[in-house]
Design a protein around this ligand. Structure first.
Ligand SMILES: NC(=O)c1ccc[n+]([C@@H]2O[C@H](COP(=O)([O-])OP(=O)(O)OC[C@H]3O[C@@H](n4cnc5c(N)ncnc54)[C@H](OP(=O)(O)O)[C@@H]3O)[C@@H](O)[C@H]2O)c1
Length: 312
């Protein structure tokens, strides 16, 4: 298949591109910079220069493909609502170009607020858009299926990790650096599910190749790792104390915009996904990658500003 991948230069998207090419698919990757375009060519992909806000570029990529994987997102949490709007319009443009065909649209979402006080499953419906959770990726994909018959499905991601990046945990590491302590909320028993980036990439491929319209796939290898353990690993890595902060302190003072997630239980199962797609995660776990995280290497313990950008 010829697959259009948005976010093809990102952490997850670049792993998806490699996975697809290794499986003999051809890839058109969206790039918004010369450096991004160069990395895609090096990976063996075609390049489409464009931007999430340039809807014509998205339509053209989708129109020339046999299917779309959407992983691009503007990760500036200080403008989360605005960026969720950009994401929504992008998904609508991609879906519009696929309507009237059975070409798949695979959209990326997360696990936040799916299930309160229990393990989320693939049967849980999308989280409605609200002021506290404006991300509309999943709702938009499902609405494209309902209203225009687009073959849309969703990959829900937990914390996606390797030794370079670990999802929101990487943001916690930065906060710990700034504050001089590594923190968790309350007793730290809330848990975050996790998956290695290579296992996640494999799931995107399987979902594209044999997925069902309307399905919500969980790229979950570990159902939930306690925040207390994650914070302790960060404390060890940065050689600083690990402390508990109260739920009140959490939002504003310590975690800033990450306060939305820090105390949440983001636990999920992938039993149905594994059954439906035959997906089996095989890579290292979050705590293992965190123990060997590049963030904790001596040259990186002072500041990591610009390092993620440089690593792309
Ligand atoms: N990483 C996780 O643990 C995790 C967990 C849950 C959900 N997710 C979701 O998974 C998806 C991929 O995440 P990621 O970790 O791979 O993110 P990432 O490394 O930040 O990559 C984001 C991608 O989006 C592209 N992008 C950003 N702004 C753009 C714009 N205006 N126009 C076109 N492209 C733009 C970036 O392009 P450049 O390379 O040019 O910057 C990059 O390719 C996102 O939807 C994210 O919210 C991730």
């Amino acid at each position: 298949m010829r697959i259009f991948v948005t976010g093809a230069t990102g952490f997850i998207g670049s792993a998806v591109v490699k996975e697809l090419i290794n499986a003999r698919h051809s890839v058109i990757g969206l790039a918004r910079s010369d450096a991004g375009a160069k990395s895609l060519v090096a990976a063996g992909a075609e390049v489409l220069q464009g931007d999430l806000k340039d809807l014509e570029s998205l339509r053209s990529g989708a129109a020339s493909s046999d299917g779309v994987i959407h992983t691009a997102f503007v990760h500036d949490f200080s403008k989360f609502k605005e960026n969720c709007e950009i994401d929504k319009r992008a998904i609508e443009a991609l879906g519009g170009a696929l309507a009237g065909s059975d070409r798949p649209l695979l959209v990326t979402s997360g696990l936040a607020l799916l299930a309160s006080g229990r393990v989320a499953t693939e049967e849980d419906g999308p989280v409605p858009v609200s002021t506290s959770y404006p991300r509309a990726s999943e709702v938009t994909a499902m609405s494209l299926l309902a209203t225009s018959g687009v073959h849309a499905s969703v990959v829900r991601l937990p914390q996606v990790h390797d030794r370079l990046k670990q999802g929101l945990v990487s943001y916690l590491i930065n906060i710990a650096r700034q504050k001089g302590v590594s923190a968790f909320v309350g007793d730290g028993r809330n848990r975050w599910a996790a998956v290695h980036v290579l296992d996640a990439a494999c799931l995107y491929r399987l979902a594209l190749e044999k997925g069902t319209a309307g399905a919500k796939y969980h790229a979950v290898a570990e159902e939930g790792v306690p925040l207390r353990e994650i914070a302790a690993a960060i404390g060890r890595g940065l050689k600083m104390p690990t402390v508990s902060v109260s739920a009140d302190e959490r939002a504003g003072k310590h975690f800033g915009v990450l306060g939305l997630f820090a105390g949440l239980d983001l636990v999920a199962s992938s039993a149905l996904t594994q059954k439906w797609l035959g997906w089996r995660p095989t890579q290292t776990g979050l705590m293992d990658d965190l123990a060997h995280a590049r963030d904790f290497e001596p040259e990186n313990t002072k500041s990591n500003e610009g390092r993620y950008a440089a690593s792309k």
